[in-house]
Design a protein around this ligand. Structure first.
Ligand SMILES: NC(=O)c1ccc[n+]([C@@H]2O[C@H](COP(=O)([O-])OP(=O)(O)OC[C@H]3O[C@@H](n4cnc5c(N)ncnc54)[C@H](O)[C@@H]3O)[C@@H](O)[C@H]2O)c1
Length: 401
């Protein structure tokens, strides 16, 4: 069998995967966003993860929004978003749409892999059912489904897709062999399993564990702050114990950690289990920006600054450091909350491409001498030199944590 892979969804997960695959195979990069495909064709990654030269394709691979182009593929990899609705219930709409698209071109012996994060059973009990219904083909007889969770960390150059240990799960020895060939061109570190539900569980609990650990640190941070005990000194001391796990407190934004616990909780509910521990960490992390709001206002008062006259600058609005993504950004939420209180509040974030968010002007550059106080929300590396200058000039400055 000549493997002809395609990647459905060319975002933070799909694009790096596609770029690796196209080095070995003629690969089709499909995205239903015409603007995303059009900029990729011009070698522009609006997520700022890849440079122009890295988007020059090999092996006659190409980007497309045309469903017909997928007809020649026989190994589909789906990397579309899995958000939650306003009530925190899983929103599988993108997944459903991508399955409907694939079902129109699905043929005998094709393999469909999923990379999106969701809860156990979605690959076999949800996606495969949509694929079956529309294609009139039978799963595990005519076509096969697999799951390979993505562990990529946007903004993190150290843990790129080729250096990550990747779980690859699909039933049947021959399918595992084919999947190993495909994913082996992405990374050399592969963990194979035939149990898809276990692979789905592994991914979602990895993110939950991180969310919980940060939630715990956030809670301890609050106690330390109120009791005037230095949190970082406490951490330093506690870290001298051999089995103490060090995590940083923070505003947990983005579309993984603040979302995935709700997927798992919904899954657990089906078995009558209330995930109290998981959801309480989510609650703490969701409300941390309100604690920071109070902390900032107190600091402004301590500095004897006037909320109506003083000029204050915020550094960074994205959901975490070194990324351009503002989805589920608590830095953004905190900014808008402060904007209601502080008359002259400016913001700079050179990483955000679309500088117009709700009529907000986001500065690319700034003059530190213009401001009475500068507050660092998101510790982008790009701010390092400016922060050094601010400190050297002994300007009023505050790190969020
Ligand atoms: N971003 C991360 O750090 C990360 C890490 C691990 C796992 N994940 C998971 O991977 C999945 C994708 O996340 P992402 O960050 O890459 O999302 P993203 O929003 O960056 O990209 C998704 C892409 O899919 C496209 N798309 C949406 N619906 C489509 C459809 N029906 N057909 C074709 N294309 C479609 C969008 O236009 C977009 O370009 C999610 O389930 C997420 O939870 C994300």
């Amino acid at each position: 069998m000549i493997i002809k892979p395609s990647v459905i969804g060319l975002g933070y997960v799909g694009l790096p995967l596609f770029l690796k695959l196209q080095k070995k195979f003629k690969c089709i990069g499909y995205d239903n966003s015409i603007s995303r495909v059009s900029s990729l064709k011009k070698c522009i990654d609006t997520n700022k993860e890849f440079l122009k030269k890295e988007l020059i394709l090999k092996n006659k691979s190409f980007f497309t929004s045309k469903l017909q182009s997928l007809k020649t593929s026989n190994f589909y990899i789906v990397a579309v978003p899995t958000p939650v609705f306003k009530n925190n219930m899983p929103n599988l709409e993108h997944l459903k749409k991508s399955c409907l698209i694939i079902s129109k071109v699905l043929k005998k012996n094709d393999i469909v892999f999923f990379e999106s994060t969701f809860y156990p059973g979605i690959t076999e009990n949800y996606c495969a059912k949509i694929l079956e219904k529309k294609s009139k083909l039978k799963v595990n007889r005519d076509f096969f489904v697999g799951y390979s969770p993505e562990r990529i960390n946007p903004g993190d150059k150290k843990h790129s897709v080729d250096k990550i240990n990747k779980i690859v799960s699909i039933s049947g020895k021959e399918n595992l062999r084919i999947a190993k060939k495909v994913y082996g061109s992405v990374t050399k570190k592969i963990t194979l399993t035939e149990n898809i539900k276990e692979a789905e569980s592994a991914k979602v609990i990895e993110n939950i564990q991180r969310d919980l650990n940060i939630g715990l640190m956030n809670e301890i941070y609050k106690v330390c702050y109120k009791s005037k005990i230095n949190f970082y000194s406490v951490m330093k001391l506690a870290s001298t114990k051999w089995n103490f796990l060090k995590f940083d407190p923070g505003l947990v934004g983005g579309h993984c950690l603040p979302v995935d616990p709700y997927y798992y909780s919904d899954f657990a509910k089906k078995f009558g289990i209330k995930t109290n521990v998981i959801l309480s960490a989510r609650k703490i992390n969701n409300s941390m920006y309100l604690f920071m709001y109070d902390k900032i206002l107190k600091k402004i008062k301590d500095y004897k600054l006037d909320l109506k006259k003083s000029k204050i600058l915020i550094l960074g609005l994205t959901y975490k450091k070194n990324v351009s993504d503002i989805r589920n950004s608590f830095a953004l939420k905190l900014f808008f909350l402060l904007k209601k209180k502080i008359k002259n509040l400016d913001v700079s974030d050179p990483l955000i491409i679309n500088k117009k968010i709700q009529n907000l002007k986001i500065f690319e550059n700034f003059d530190i001498d213009k401001y009475d106080l500068i507050i660092n929300f998101v510790n982008h590396d790009i701010f390092k030199d400016k922060i050094l200058k601010i400190k050297k000039k002994k300007k009023k400055y505050l790190d969020l944590f």
